[in-house]
Design a binder for this molecule. Structure first.
Ligand SMILES: [Zn+2]
Length: 104
């Protein structure tokens, strides 16, 4: 954050410092359009703005938001849950052949 100070408008810095002095984290990441600070879904326009580099604060918790790009792992519950397939064990055949061969 310190290195960003030169680029950040003064109003933002003041708000940041205020929150910092309150012991709060002043930023929250947005994942899938949801504020990680308060889990409030952000307006789509907000998220788009964030992605294009503009600054937004969460309307609910007041944190500055930054967008985290979702990776491939989505928390979607898969429609058909596959149970892990257990490796099937072949029942071992008792070799009756050796016993039968003994006859005679
Ligand atoms: Zn929030």
């Amino acid at each position: 954050m310190e290195s960003l100070r030169g680029n950040v408008p003064t109003g933002v810095l003041i708000a940041h410092d205020q929150m910092k002095s309150k012991g709060k984290r002043s930023v929250a990441e947005v994942r899938n359009g949801v504020c990680s600070g308060c889990h409030l879904t952000q307006a789509v326009g907000n998220v788009h703005g964030l992605k294009s580099g503009s600054l937004h604060r969460c309307g609910n918790c007041g944190r500055f938001l930054y967008v985290v790009e979702e990776d491939e792992q989505e928390n979607k519950p898969s429609p058909a849950r596959r149970e892990p397939t257990k490796p099937r064990r072949k029942p071992r055949e008792e070799s009756s052949a050796t016993q039968g061969a003994k006859a005679r």
